[in-house]
Every structure is written in C-alpha cells, then in structure tokens.
Design a protein around this ligand. Sequence first.
Ligand SMILES: O=P(O)(O)OC[C@H]1O[C@H](OP(=O)(O)OP(=O)(O)O)[C@H](O)[C@@H]1O
Ligand SMILES: Nc1nc2[nH]cnc2c(=O)[nH]1
Ligand SMILES: [Mg+2]
Length: 186
Amino acid sequence: MRVDAKDMGADLEKVLITKEEIDAKLAELAAKIDAEYAGKDLLIVGVLKGAVMVMADLARALSTPVTMDWMAVSSYGAGTQSSGVVRILKDLDTDIKGRDVLIVEDIIDSGLTLSWLINNLGSREPASLKVCTLLRKPDAAKVAIDVEWVGFDIPNEFVVGYGLDYAEKYRNLPFVGTLAPHVYGG
Ligand SMILES: O=P(O)(O)OC[C@H]1O[C@H](OP(=O)(O)OP(=O)(O)O)[C@H](O)[C@@H]1O
Ligand SMILES: Nc1nc2[nH]cnc2c(=O)[nH]1
Ligand SMILES: [Mg+2]
C-alpha cells in the first residue's frame, strides 16, 4: 500500500514549507552552485539519512556534472534533543584530498553535526569545502561555522518531512511540517 501525506495527516500540526517552495528554492540554490563550480570537478557529500531528499533533488537541479558520496553520522537518538556526541556510522568511499567538496545537509540546528563534519572533512585536505543546507534554525548562530548556501531560516521548532524524521518516521513527507503534540505523547 502506498503511504502518502494523507495517511500521516493526523500527526501533523502545520505545513511550514510546501513542496513547491522547496522545489523553487532548490532551483535558486542550484543556479548559484552552478555558477560557483563552473568548470570544476565537484563532489557533493550528503549526510545520511536526513539529506537524502535534498541531495536527490539538488543534484538533479544542477547543470554541473557532480560525483556523489555519502557520510552517515548521528548526534540524535530517537528523540528531539541532540545527544552532543557525533558518531561516524558510515565514512566516505572517496579520498577527498585536493577535491572541491560541497556538504549537503537537510538542517542545521545546534550546528554540532556540521561543525564536527567540517573539522573532520577539513582535516582530509580538500581543495575547498563548502556547505549547502535546506533549513537552518536560530541556534546555528551560536557556533562559528560558515554556511554558503541556506534554503530557509526557520523558527526553533522540531520539524519533520522531506528527509527529516521523528523516531525514523515522516521522512517521506514531500513537505516540511511540524507534528501535533499527541505524537510526542503530549
Ligand atoms: O545541527 P544539529 O543539532 O547537529 O542537527 C542537525 C543534524 O541532525 C539531523 O541528523 P540526525 O543526527 O538526526 O540523523 P538522521 O539524518 O539520520 O536523521 C539532521 O539530518 C542533521 O544532520
Ligand atoms: N527531524 C528533525 N531532526 C532534527 N535534527 C536537528 N533538528 C531537527 C529537527 O528540527 N527535526
Ligand atoms: Mg534525525
């Protein structure tokens, strides 16, 4: 049986960003990224699992030929609070020394995951290392990280959909939204 947004509808509080808004924003970001990396051999690195949808749609919006690799790290358990500990669950397959690397994220919240990733990948001596994220929350300002391309600055609410989960659910919603309190047991 196909599970669509309607089946998860009762769990949702509101839609924050529609599929159409996401598509338009990714086209805008892709044009800027194309301009930045014209004539270069770009490697885009998706941060599993959340960034799967952004990677897939951003990659297809780009005109620049890219190669794609994936890293899986986790700083969150089953809930909504960062544990503060970043673990590598899957490392890159690619040696990035001398490569132009773009990290693609779904969200920057505490900034913990990204600052750890920038240090880790930066130490592998890429030619350049930049970041594109679809979403960014206000707390990200507390950590000193440069993010070149941001889709949407959103309020400090726990969001799901378009790759983002709550206890591994809701990743396949085509939009970004917030959950009704009953889902959290409220
Ligand atoms: O800025 P931060 O506070 O570090 O949060 C952002 C990170 O948290 C989420 O991943 P998570 O660790 O939940 O893994 P997932 O992508 O597999 O859901 C999200 O995909 C980002 O990678
Ligand atoms: N699903 C989800 N994961 C996150 N990881 C960090 N912030 C968030 C958030 O708002 N939603
Ligand atoms: Mg998560």
